[in-house]
Design a protein around this ligand. Structure first.
Ligand SMILES: Nc1ncnc2c1ncn2[C@@H]1O[C@H](COP(=O)(O)OP(=O)(O)O)[C@@H](O)[C@H]1O
Ligand SMILES: [Mg+2]
Length: 277
């Protein structure tokens, strides 16, 4: 598991030691789905600490439990074993301090752009309608869509829809943003613009971000740490710390070097064990 590199280290799966407790702490988290075909272990013995403001990417093959893990942290998945805490409190139900963003924008087509962002503020108590509109507009500005508040969702490009989804996720001011392959269906150019936006937002607001991707280069461009998952049952097999300065460009030479190294480690994890004598 060790990774000889100056820019990356493979160390136990814990956040760098800080005086404050981790934002998210998972201890021996496992998840088994039971069905007519029998039991399916989706996650096995996940141990992870994430500090407040950290950006952590999960990389792993399809079906290794990445979405299940995000759903556990979101409070959407019941019946797991082990301990999952946010701010030292067990995660049991969804909370406003954790929002999720998906590959499919999941916007409401019957609401315009502003209406979609306002929707996420509907349950936030103690705000007047005027304040809600101000907050929604400021988040549309944050993602560069202030001129599109009256647009219908179907008029927007894929990248703009994901920007609305990002504004909607951020508007309630969550501390933790859970992003499940949010850019996977976008073209390369649009993705690169969104990498810039997300880095800018992360450094401005210091959100804790957990981001699932298949794309190692994307993970290196965005993350403080990249965690590699094994095929099912998902377990965290390796960790790489990314110490490159921000903002990072997708095509940075240093990012390319580190991506190659992580990809090689990933291939070793995916390679079937050779049992020949
Ligand atoms: N609600 C469910 N019921 C039964 N099996 C599920 C359910 N959700 C996920 N799984 C299974 O758990 C495994 C992990 O799924 P998932 O977390 O979606 O993986 P990933 O996001 O890494 O592709 C897969 O084999 C999937 O089929
Ligand atoms: Mg998934």
């Amino acid at each position: 598991m060790s990774t000889p590199a100056t820019s990356a280290t493979s160390t136990p799966i814990s956040a760098a030691p800080l005086a404050v407790p981790p934002k998210i702490r998972l201890r021996s988290v496992s998840k088994v789905f039971s069905g007519p075909q029998g039991d399916l272990t989706a996650l096995q013995d996940i141990n992870l600490e994430v500090n407040d403001g950290e950006f952590v990417c999960f990389v792993g093959p399809s079906g290794c439990g990445k979405s299940t893990l995000l759903r556990i942290i979101a409070g959407l998945e019941r019946g797991f074993t082990g301990d999952a805490d946010v701010d030292g409190h067990p995660i049991e139900v969804p909370g406003r301090e954790r929002t999720m963003m998906f590959q499919d924008h999941a916007l409401f087509p019957w609401l315009d752009v502003l209406g979609n962002v306002l929707f996420s503020l509907g349950l936030k108590p103690g705000l007047t309608q005027k304040e809600r509109v101000e907050i929604a507009r400021s988040h549309l500005q944050l993602v560069g869509l202030e001129r599109f508040e009256k647009a219908s969702i179907h008029e927007l490009s894929g990248g703009m829809k994901q920007r609305v989804a990002l504004a909607r996720a951020l508007a309630p001011n969550p501390r933790v943003l859970l992003m499940d392959e949010p850019f996977a269906s976008l073209d390369a150019m649009t993705r690169e613009q969104l990498y810039g936006d997300l880095q800018r937002i992360h450094s401005a607001f210091q959100k804790t971000i957990l981001f699932v991707t298949h794309n190692v280069r994307e993970a290196v461009c965005l993350a403080d740490r990249v965690l590699l998952f094994s095929p099912r049952p998902g377990l965290i097999r390796s960790e790489f710390r990314v110490d490159m300065p921000r903002p990072r460009e997708f095509n940075d030479a240093a990012a390319a070097d580190l991506s190659r190294e992580i990809t090689a480690a990933f291939k070793r994890i995916l390679a079937p064990t050779d049992t020949r004598p």
